[in-house]
Design a protein around this ligand. Structure first.
Ligand code: MG
Length: 249
């Protein structure tokens, strides 16, 4: 069942979202060759706790850390490591914060130092596909209108959309109904209504869309070893005709 959030709940989600956005701004400042994803994780955990929130991912299904840090061919759910980031890497950072029982969830892929033109294009297409998708995140459209817009833009640009992981409703739980695929025909699924809060998150591969999970049970990688990129915000369906991004400062 898709929940409609009250004004009070939306205010709490805005607050959670601002904490997530602040944590992302901190990460953006720290990303450079030589930093480890464990250092990013520790800084984010401290930031979230100082904001009187809880790092949503820590302990979720047994996940060990406060951020997911997914380097290069890692698609999602990368565990923070001691490995230092290298010039030319790309790293997707996914952060969740729970404030007074409500969750904000957002992800972005960073380039480390100077990256290849192809990696930069992958990151830019992933980000733009999110905005093409949320052009339909409006009261009255159907859920898969978002999915189809994302897939269409990504494939027009020669990349592929991950099938095995999808966006989701978000609120009191990190993962609520509905699942939100980043692919599929338009005009399907539930009709979007004011007060729905959705984590929309295209995961885009440079090569094929096939992925697999490593033996650690978490790390999802592209099966062809090519790069993958991620972009996510928590999005509110409003009554004004334009969606509101909750995970921004
Ligand atoms: Mg998410």
């Amino acid at each position: 069942m898709i929940t409609i959030k009250s004004h009070k709940e939306i205010d709490l989600m805005r607050h959670a979202g601002k904490i997530v956005a602040g944590a992302h701004a901190l990460v953006a400042k720290m990303i450079k060759p030589g930093v480890t994803t464990q250092e990013l994780d520790q800084a984010v955990e401290q930031y979230i706790r100082e904001a009187e929130a809880i790092p949503t991912f820590k302990g979720y299904g047994g996940f060990p850390n406060s951020i997911c840090a997914s380097i290069n061919e890692v698609v999602v759910h990368g565990i923070p490591q001691k490995r230092r980031l290298l010039e030319g890497d790309i790293v997707s950072v996914d952060i969740g914060a729970t404030y007074q029982g409500y969750v904000g969830d957002a992800a972005v892929t960073h380039g480390v130092g100077t990256i290849s033109d192809e990696a930069a294009r992958l990151i830019a297409v992933t980000r733009e596909s999110f905005y093409r998708g949320i052009a339909y995140a409006k009261d009255g459209f159907r859920l898969s209108d978002i999915s189809n817009a994302i897939q269409t833009y990504v494939e027009e640009n020669g990349f592929s959309v991950v099938r095995d992981y999808v966006g989701h409703g978000v609120g009191k739980q990190m993962h609520e109904d509905p699942p939100i695929p980043n692919y599929g025909p338009k005009g399907r699924g539930p009709r979007l209504r004011q007060g729905m809060t959705l984590a929309i998150e295209p995961m885009v591969n440079a090569g094929t869309y096939d992925v697999m999970t490593l033996k650690d049970g978490w790390t999802v990688v592209t099966t062809d070893g090519q790069l993958s990129s991620h972009y996510e915000h928590t999005v509110l369906i409003t009554g004004t005709g334009e969606p509101e991004l909750l995970t921004v400062i």
